[in-house]
Structure formats: structure tokens, C-alpha cells
Design a protein around this ligand. Structure first.
Ligand SMILES: [Zn+2]
Length: 234
């Protein structure tokens, strides 16, 4: 069921689920939604009281998840339409050609294709192009920034990337950093921020205050960059 509490000026909405457990559990997801798990038959006022006690922790968790939104939602894949690449807008120019290709030139993204009305294929070609660009730039940024993790991580961090629906990046306990290919549409500084954020997770796999101290130290202007990424959209 849906429920909420008031904490100062802030309303915290959450989904409440009852299940077989002995204590109350709270989870904050990357999309900032909150889930509260309570033992069967717990009293709703008691639950609210407990959630209230954890409110500042919940807000802190929410604040530090990067809210994810696709940078170019609902494109039509027609000539003249703008598409983002490394933080800049480029217009799409479609060319009827027998050989398929995508090229960046003169402020345009040129797409050569046999049928310029075939939106699915244009989308497929663009995704492929973004993926190639991501592969090149992410690897370069990774090599430039991996040094920050040397003093707190002994292993050899690995970089992978793929299209993700809900987040910009993640880090797992095996030392693997996963980046969303969608990030190639953002300025390099923003890609670098997400990367450094994930590298800091090699030391702390959570958003604890120790994690933030480390991030503050390594990347002092991270808040500005995070805001920039969250505001970016065509
Ligand atoms: Zn994180």
C-alpha cells in the first residue's frame, strides 16, 4: 500500500509492504522511490514513527542517487531533429545511400541509409554509433581516472558499458564499473563524474557519509557536475 509521512517541510512517500520478517526494513531505490517492509500485523502508527526516525537517512540516500532520465527522449529520427553527443546538440541529416553509415561533420550527424523513412534502422544505426563512441571515450576517461582508486583499491578495476534503463552507472563487489552508454550524450565532465563516483564505490559499496567524504576529497565540485547532468536534456 502507499503511505507517507511528513518530515519538516518534506513529504516522504513510500510503498509499504507487509511480509514475514521480524523488523522494519527500508530501501531507497536509484529512482528515489522508497520501499518499507514491515512485519505482518504491525501497527501503522508505529511504522510511521519508525520511518520518521529514519527520515534524514532516507533524504540523504535520495539526494545522492543520480536521478536518471534519458537525455534525448522520444526522437522521431527525421532530418533537422537535434541529438546530443558529448553535451552538444547536433542536427540529424539523412541521406539516401546504398551503404549505411553514420558520420559527424559540420555540426551535423549524417546518416546514410537506403530508406530514409525507416526509423527503426536509423535508430539502430545511431545506437551503434553512440556505442562505438562510448567505447572509445569511456575507455580513455577510465584510463585517465583510474589513478584515483589506486590508494584505496588494490585490485584491477574493470570497465563495462551497456544501455541501462534506470541508472547512469553502477559498481559491483567484484570491482566492475558499469556505465550507461546513454552517458555519451553528456559532457565529458559529467561522464567523468559518474565514473569517479563509481570508482569511490570500490571502497564503499553504499552512500554512507564515509563515501561522501571520499568523493568530496577526490572530486570537490561533484555537486555542480551532478546538477549539470540532471538538467541536461534536449
Ligand atoms: Zn552511488
Amino acid at each position: 500500500m502507499k503511505d507517507k509521512i511528513q518530515y519538516g517541510n518534506t513529504l516522504i512517500n513510500y510503498n509499504l509492504e507487509f511480509n514475514d520478517r521480524k523488523t522494519l526494513g527500508i530501501k531507497v531505490h536509484p529512482d528515489k522511490s522508497v520501499k518499507v517492509y514491515a512485519p505482518q500485523e504491525s501497527n501503522i502508527d508505529k511504522i510511521r514513527e519508525k520511518v520518521k526516525k529514519k527520515a534524514s537517512w532516507i533524504l540523504k540516500q535520495q539526494d545522492f542517487f543520480l536521478s536518471f532520465h534519458p537525455l534525448t527522449p522520444a526522437r522521431k529520427f527525421i532530418s533537422g531533429e537535434t541529438h546530443l553527443y558529448l553535451g552538444r546538440q547536433y542536427r540529424l541529416k539523412l541521406h539516401k545511400k546504398t551503404e549505411e553509415s553514420v558520420k559527424l561533420a559540420g555540426g551535423y550527424i549524417h546518416v546514410c541509409i537506403t530508406n530514409i523513412d525507416d526509423k527503426k534502422s536509423i535508430q539502430r544505426l545511431l545506437k551503434q554509433w553512440y556505442k562505438e563512441k562510448a567505447s572509445y571515450h569511456f575507455k580513455q576517461l577510465f584510463n585517465d581516472n583510474i589513478i584515483v582508486s589506486k590508494r584505496f583499491y588494490e585490485g584491477e578495476p574493470q570497465l563495462t558499458f551497456r544501455w541501462m534503463k534506470k541508472r547512469w552507472g553502477s559498481c559491483d563487489k567484484n570491482g566492475k564499473i558499469h556505465l550507461n552508454i546513454e552517458l555519451i550524450k553528456a559532457p565529458k565532465k559529467c561522464i567523468e563524474y559518474v565514473m569517479v563516483h563509481e570508482l569511490c564505490h570500490l571502497k564503499y559499496l553504499n552512500h554512507s557519509s564515509a563515501f561522501y567524504s571520499l568523493l568530496d576529497e577526490i572530486y570537490p565540485d561533484w555537486k555542480v557536475t551532478k546538477d549539470r547532468l540532471e538538467r541536461l536534456m534536449v
